[in-house]
Each structure stands twice: as C-alpha cells, then as structure tokens.
Design a protein around this ligand. Structure first.
Ligand code: NAP
Length: 236
C-alpha cells in the first residue's frame, strides 16, 4: 500500500458481488472513496446502455467527486459450441464485456484527463490472451478488452492516465460455479472432477480467490505502470 488512493474516487462496475465486490473492498481498504455501478447493487445501471450509465456516473460524481479510478469489471460468460453460438448470444456478450468497457471508459476519462491523473484497470481473462473451445464469443470479447487497453495505453501515454488489464484464470465466484454446473451437465463428470479440470486449465494449476484478483487490480491503481497485462495466478 502506498497511500496513493487515499481520498480518491474509484468507480467499480459490477462491484456488488464476486470479483468486483472484492475489488471495491480492497480499494476502500486502501483509502479510496468507492462507487459501485451495476444492475442490482450500488448505483443502478445496465452498462450496455450509454444513457443509463451516463446518468449513474453523474450520480456517483455528485456523491464522491470527479472519477479518478475506473475498474471495468462487469462481465458475463456463456458457453456453447461455435455452431450453436447464435447471434443473440454473441451480441449479449460483446455488448456487456466489450462495448460496456468502451462506454464506461468514454464516460469517465474526461475527469482523469482534466486532473492529469487517472487509472483505468480492465478485468479481462486469460481467455483474452489465449483461445479455448466453446467460448468463442467470450474469448473474442475479452481479446477485445485486451486490445482496447493496449490502444488506450498508447494513445494516452504521458497524460498521467494509465490503462492496464488483469487477465485472471478461473476464480471462485458465481460465474465459475456456473461453468462447473455446465461441465457437469455436458461432460457427465462429478463436480469435483469439473472443478479439478478448471483448476488444471489455470496458470499454476489452482483456482484463484476474488481477493487475489482485487489485490492485483489495486496494485495497478496505486502504481505508475501503463499498458501492463497481469496474468493470474502468477507463477510461484
Ligand atoms: N470468475 C472467473 O472465473 C473469472 C475469470 C476471469 C475473468 N473473469 C471476469 O471477472 C469479471 C467479474 O466476474 P465474476 O466472476 O465476479 O462474475 P459474477 O459473480 O457473475 O459478477 C458479474 C458482475 O458483473 C455485473 N454485470 C453483469 N452484466 C452487467 C450489466 N449489463 N451491467 C452492469 N453490470 C453487469 C454483475 O452485476 P449485476 O448482475 O448486478 O448487474 C456482477 O456484479 C467479469 O468481467 C469476468 O468476465 C471472471
């Protein structure tokens, strides 16, 4: 902890549960004034709607001042073989994971540019760096988030605003529990075997805790690095 976040307004999308909740807690513990935006917790907005999130971000500014830190954490995951990935599923996933990140970033960075200091941390996935079967839409959306982060890190270099991305493997949340249920159903294996399969697909061969992801996000918010991709779990 460096104290760099003390008193700063940090907005976390999807900060009411799972990884986002751990991020909100960690940023608050490091002294930030945290706003949460999601459909069911904090200031309510669906991040696929520019209109809703502009209104929500304004409400957060009224409560906590200009936005200094934005964590684009909201996301959804669905799996299907590519030939059964219909247009509606593709659109849902791209709209939430990629377009939502674009919209939230556009809505927040004006404050950071004006202050000549800001931090944007995007929560992608190892599926943002590597391919895997049955998650084409999710994988494409998260590769998009990594690409967007790289582009903005380059475009805004030397403005005082940094853009970094964390790429976690499977992490113990509702999203992972849904992945386990789907494997149990489709591969007809036990829950323990499904969990083990997911653990083995992670770097380091183990499941992450939301708190580990939160720590990595908070470290990027406190630091000066720009354009970093942090893969989790990190090798021991
Ligand atoms: N768990 C994993 O294994 C894992 C691994 C790698 C990356 N990730 C990424 O980590 C992030 C958090 O995932 P999680 O595991 O914590 O999942 P989670 O428990 O399912 O939480 C997802 C969060 O996203 C919010 N959200 C979803 N759609 C939204 C929308 N349209 N508008 C606003 N908020 C929305 C949800 O809030 P509301 O429902 O209240 O709107 C919720 O807070 C996601 O981007 C996910 O892709 C997760």
């Amino acid at each position: 902890m460096t104290g760099a976040l003390r008193g700063k307004h940090a907005l976390v999308t999807g900060g009411g549960r799972g990884i986002g909740r751990a991020i909100s807690g960690e940023l608050a513990a490091r002294g930030a004034r945290v706003s949460v935006v999601s459909r069911s917790a904090g200031v309510r907005a669906d991040i696929t709607s520019a209109h809703e999130l502009d209104r929500a971000f304004e409400a957060c500014r009224r409560a906590n001042g200009p936005i200094c830190v934005l964590v684009n954490n909201s996301g959804i995951a669905e799996s299907a073989p590519f030939l059964r990935t219909d247009r509606a599923m593709w659109d849902r996933i791209i709209a939430t994971n990629l377009t939502g990140t674009f919209l939230c970033t556009q809505s927040a960075i004006g404050d950071m540019i004006a202050a000549k200091w800001g931090r944007v941390v995007n929560v992608a996935s190892i599926a943002g760096l590597f391919g895997a079967p049955y998650i084409a839409a999710y994988c494409a959306s998260k590769h998009g988030v990594v690409g967007l982060t790289r582009a903005l890190a380059a475009e805004f270099a030397a403005t005082g605003v940094t853009f970094n991305v964390v790429c976690p493997g499977y992490t113990e949340t509702d999203m992972m529990r849904q992945a386990i249920e789907s494997i149990v159903r489709h591969a007809r294996i036990s829950e323990d075997a499904a969990r083990d399969r997911l653990a083995q697909s992670n770097p380091g061969g183990r499941i992450l805790s939301p708190e580990e992801v939160a720590c990595a996000v908070a470290d990027l918010c406190e630091g000066e690095e720009n354009g970093r991709e942090v893969v989790l779990p990190q090798p021991a």
